[in-house]
Design a binder for this molecule. Structure first.
Ligand code: GLA
Length: 391
């Protein structure tokens, strides 16, 4: 099978032609080991960029037009940069939003031809959207020497999703897309944006993803509801302690002292976030100690919290987590990403991986009558420029 890069470069040659002035960028998807729905609460997350990625080939134009070709969809789109508007087509918005946000920062894109595509499964919760936003922003930054810093590319990617695509996401996906490194997981403090790498090079352990086939139809509306519930909780707590800025500033004891002031559902959401932040910190200590049993325990607890407290799991996701827990050699299993579909992430002993993959597929097929994708992912660097190959 041809690799993504070869496919995208041939598509570029066919659609745009030979262009000596061009950049080629690889922009990966991500996994998140632990720390779900904590980023927009100024908490902690522990993601890593992976070996599934988008490839972009971008060359300049001088006529004020941006022309996009989505190789996977075999679909194209053009717009005048001076008058960009959201389109019903959907996918171009992820690119248009980037140009729009660059314009707001005073960086004018004179025009561009863009061909992109890759192998990040869409809707699996591996953040293909951040890969498109940040990969494209990174490519334009290189091509036009804008000298936007890496952290500003992260924020630009997030703003384009918030403002143009209309999803009120946190900063985790864009951050790890740009800052991810080979064989390392990234602990991000989503308040200060301080970050720390933890080596994750264990040959005896594998990260395995099990997809559900469910469409994540509830994901964005429920995502925004959860955000609002957390904000409501913060407003109530602030009446007791005005210095509280987010759930990051709260511990369980404090939350319990003021539980009577909140509706049970708000308390439940806040408690999940506070506990999940603690789990991330504990999981990082486990990494320091190389204690993957305890790390896996935190993953299991994270899933219970997402299922019962935050209520963003789904019957299929719960089924996959329960099935995984019944297979030997599985240290941890939980749903990953925003929820309501997408996939589970599993920490599996290498010697059990083949059996795990087989059994998980069989369990899912018996339950739904459908096949699902189960695959081992490897941690690979964040968005990078690829050296040009002359054709
Ligand atoms: C999506 C968002 C992230 C994060 C996760 C949940 O992936 O894009 O910012 O909130 O959901 O942890």
């Amino acid at each position: 099978m041809k690799d993504c890069r070869t496919i995208i470069e041939s598509a570029f040659l066919e659609k745009v032609g030979k262009r000596p002035e061009r950049v080629v960028v690889r922009s990966p998807g991500r996994v998140n080991l632990i720390g779900e729905h904590t980023d927009y609460n100024e908490g902690f997350v522990l993601p890593a960029s992976v070996d599934k990625a988008m490839v972009f080939v971008v060359s300049p134009r001088a006529d004020g037009i941006c022309h996009f070709y989505a190789a996977d969809l075999k679909d194209e789109f053009s717009a005048a940069i001076a008058s960009i508007e959201r389109t019903q087509k959907g996918w171009p918005n992820y690119l248009l939003g980037v140009i729009e946000e660059m314009k707001k920062m005073g960086f004018n894109v004179p025009g561009c031809d863009v061909v992109f595509g890759g192998d990040i499964p869409i809707g699996a919760g591996m953040s293909s959207s951040a890969a498109v936003e940040c990969g494209f922003a990174f490519a334009l930054n290189q091509l036009f020497d804008f000298e936007i810093s890496r952290i500003d590319l992260v924020k630009l990617g997030q703003r384009s999703e918030n403002n143009f695509v209309g999803v009120n996401c946190g900063i985790m996906d864009q951050f790890v897309n740009i800052f991810g490194e080979d064989q390392k997981v990234l602990k991000i403090d989503c308040r200060s944006l301080a970050y720390e790498y933890f080596p994750f090079e264990r040959e005896d352990l594998a990260i395995v993803l099990c997809e559900t086939e469910a469409k994540r139809s509830l994901a964005s509306s429920e995502y925004n509801v959860r955000r609002q519930q957390c904000e409501t909780g913060v407003r109530i707590l602030q009446k007791n302690r005005p210095d509280i800025r987010s759930l990051r500033d709260v511990n369980l004891e404090f939350l319990n002292e003021h539980r009577k002031q909140m509706e049970p559902i708000i308390l439940q959401r806040c408690a999940y976030v506070v506990e999940e932040n603690e789990r991330v910190l504990r999981a990082c200590e486990d990494l320091h100690r190389n204690d993957f049993r305890s790390f896996g325990e935190q993953m299991h607890r994270s899933h219970s919290g997402l299922r019962d407290g935050y209520q963003v799991s789904s019957p299929d996701l719960d089924f996959l987590v329960e099935s995984a827990s019944s297979i030997s050699g599985v240290l941890g299993a939980r749903m990953m990403g925003a929820g309501f579909g997408g996939c589970t992430i599993n920490l599996v002993e290498q010697k059990s991986v083949d059996t795990f993959v087989e059994e998980m597929k069989e369990h899912y097929r018996q339950r739904t009558g459908k096949a699902n994708n189960v695959y081992v992912t490897h941690i690979q660097s964040g968005t990078r420029l690829l050296p040009l190959i002359e054709n």
